[in-house]
Ligand binder design. Sequence first.
Ligand code: GLN
Length: 274
Amino acid sequence: MSNSIANLLSNQGIGAALPMLERRMLVMHALNKTRVELITQADYELSEQEFHIVQTLFERRNQGEPVAYILGQREFFGLDLRVTKDVLIPRPDTELLVELSLKFAPPNSELLDVGTGSGAIAIAVAHQRPDLSVWAADISAAALEVARTNADTHRCKITFIESDWYNNLPTHQWHTIVSNPPYIVANDSHLFQGDLRFEPISALTDHGDGLSAYRALIAGAVIRLHAGGWLLFEHGFDQAEPVRALLHAAQFQQVQSWRDLAGIERVSGGQFSA
Ligand code: GLN
């Protein structure tokens, strides 16, 4: 069989074990061709070197490596973001947190994204709302490097700070604080399946009951939020109730949860009243 694009993508080709969408994405990446070019140039014969590159990418995917890491890229809120193994892969679920951040952040106010990772949330917000002053913190210097690159690519001016939650932040008050912290319970079986096996463990789990980040972030928020400011969190599918309870216990008002596209309560938040 020839090494044409058509053969490479066919069910008899070397990518047979992979879904067609993934085969296409990997071939586009390897050959630097668009989706349309894969069709119009279906007879294109790969050089030996190109074939080897595709083979290597297919092999990595067959071993379970996430497509986003192989491509070094993932789209989030309409923006192409660079992703490396130092950052969690941005999820569509998290777009709900962006939408709520956009809704609750007052005009010309300051917003803080804690545990920013690739910068996805902070950058999506800053991109939509140039009136906001956006800050983003992460404990990982490597993650911040990725986030800074992404912010530069999309020309977003964001204040990045290397910090273990709030610990290294200056004394300051924000109008809105948001976070998608690690919330998976220690040793949850999901950590050992699929893409999660390849993602930074400290971005996924608190190595505890899955709620320790919320406890720390809520406790520290009460001195860092302006009166009336919103605190918004993404959380796991079964954590809306405990997260609301933590917010109520800290005297937050208007405590509520919002559902993602799958109908699951995915974000909870409350308003700080001093
Ligand atoms: N949403 C991710 C997952 O369950 C977890 C991300 C996180 O812990 N913040 O796959």
